[in-house]
Design a protein around this ligand. Structure first.
Ligand SMILES: [Mg+2]
Length: 328
C-alpha cells in the first residue's frame, strides 16, 4: 500500500452538487485517486469514524493499485433508478432523469416524514412506470419492528421486489422476516459491513438477499468473498458515488456474476442521475437501464471546476492520514 506522501500528488478532492437533498446533504464530497491501474474513488460519508473509513480506503487503494484484479473491459450491467425521500409530486420529474429502467429503489422511513409520505411516493412510482418494473424500498434501518411490520403490510400492496434494511438490528430483521412470512422479501444492507456479519445474517435467517457495496466491504475481492460465504442472492449498490466509484461498483457486479455464475440483479448504481455535475464529460448515467463497465478517466477541467475548498481538502487529507495506518 502506498504511503501518504506517495498518494498526495495523486489525490483530487471534489465536491459535486446534487439535484436533490440526499442523506441530508446537497453536495457529495469524494477523493479521486489517480492510481497506477486507473482512477479510483474514496468517499466514506462525512459522519463515519476512521475505522470504517479505512475499509472504504482499502477498497479505493485496491482498485487504484491492484494489477491482478482482472477487471472486465467492456459490457454493461443493469441498474435501478433511485428515488430519494422526495415529495410524491416530484417523482415523475425525477424518474425522467433515469430514462427507461426495469427497477426502481425508493427511499422510505426518512426522519421527519410519515408512512403516508412513503405510500404516496411508492404509489407515484407505480403510476409513472406501471406494473412491470421491480419496485424496492430502502428504509436504511429507520423503522422500529412494529413500524416496519405496519409499513410493509401497506407498501406490500404495490408488490415489492424487496425491502432493504427495514429495521436496524440483525435480530429485528430476523423477527420481521418471520412475521412477514414471505409477503415481502427482506434485504440486508447496513447489517453486512464487518467480516463477522454475513455469518450472523445467515445463522439468524435475517434476510432473503444481501446488498453489497465495494467501498464499505473493503474492495472487490473481499466483497466477492462475502457473497460466496453468504450464498444468498445479491444486489450490488453504492453510496452516491461519482462516475468513478459507480464504475468500481459495476465491476464488482460483473465480477460476482462471473465468479458465482449468477445473473446481475439491477444494481443500485444509477445514481449519476442524482448528480448535477460529475467528474467526466461522459457520466455513468443509466442508458436503457444499464451503465457501462468502461473505465472512467476524469476530465481535468471538471475536476478543477468542482475542486473542494482548501478547508475541505485539508479535512480530507487529515482523514486520509489518520486512516492509512488503520488499513485492514
Ligand atoms: Mg441501503
Amino acid at each position: 500500500m502506498p504511503s501518504f506522501d506517495e498518494l498526495l500528488p495523486r489525490i483530487h478532492v471534489v465536491s459535486l452538487p446534487l439535484v436533490t437533498r440526499f442523506r441530508r446533504v446537497t453536495e457529495r464530497e469524494a477523493v479521486l485517486i489517480d492510481g497506477p491501474e486507473g482512477w479510483s474513488e474514496w468517499s466514506p460519508f462525512l459522519e463515519y469514524g476512521d475505522a470504517e473509513a479505512a475499509q472504504w480506503l482499502h477498497a479505493a487503494l485496491e482498485y487504484a493499485n491492484d494489477a491482478e484484479l482482472d477487471l472486465a473491459d467492456s459490457g454493461s450491467i443493469p441498474v435501478n433508478a433511485t428515488v430519494p425521500a422526495i415529495a410524491a409530486a416530484e417523482v415523475p420529474a425525477l424518474l425522467e432523469r433515469y430514462g427507461t429502467v426495469r427497477a426502481v429503489k425508493v427511499k422510505v422511513a426518512e426522519p421527519g416524514q410519515t408512512l403516508e409520505d412513503d405510500v404516496a411516493r411508492v404509489r407515484a412510482v407505480r403510476e409513472v412506470l406501471g406494473d412491470d418494473v421491480l419496485v424496492r424500498v430502502d428504509a436504511n434501518g429507520g423503522w422500529s419492528l412494529e413500524e416496519a411490520a405496519r409499513a410493509l403490510e401497506q407498501l406490500g400492496a404495490f408488490t415489492l421486489d424487496y425491502a432493504e434494511q427495514p429495521v436496524a438490528s440483525v435480530e429485528d430483521l430476523a423477527r420481521l422476516r418471520e412475521q412477514l412470512d414471505g409477503r415481502v422479501a427482506i434485504a440486508a444492507d447496513e447489517s453486512i459491513r464487518k467480516a463477522s456479519d454475513p455469518l450472523r445474517v445467515t445463522q439468524l435467517g435475517a434476510a432473503d438477499r444481501i446488498i453489497v457495496k465495494a467501498q464499505p466491504l473493503g474492495g472487490l475481492r473481499r466483497a466477492t468473498e462475502i457473497v460466496r460465504e453468504v450464498g444468498l442472492p445479491v444486489t450490488v449498490s453504492s453510496a452516491l458515488d461519482t462516475s468513478v466509484g459507480l464504475t468500481m461498483g459495476a465491476q464488482l457486479a460483473a465480477r460476482i456474476a462471473r465468479e458465482t455464475g449468477t445473473e446481475v440483479s439491477p444494481a443500485g448504481l444509477g445514481t449519476a442521475a442524482l448528480l448535477r455535475a460529475d467528474v467526466t464529460r461522459a457520466p455513468k448515467r443509466p442508458v436503457e437501464g444499464t451503465i457501462s463497465l468502461a473505465p472512467v478517466v476524469p476530465d481535468r477541467d471538471l475536476v478543477e471546476q468542482h475542486a473542494a475548498s482548501a478547508e475541505r481538502r485539508a479535512w480530507w487529507l487529515a482523514r486520509l492520514e489518520r486512516c492509512l495506518p488503520l488499513l485492514p
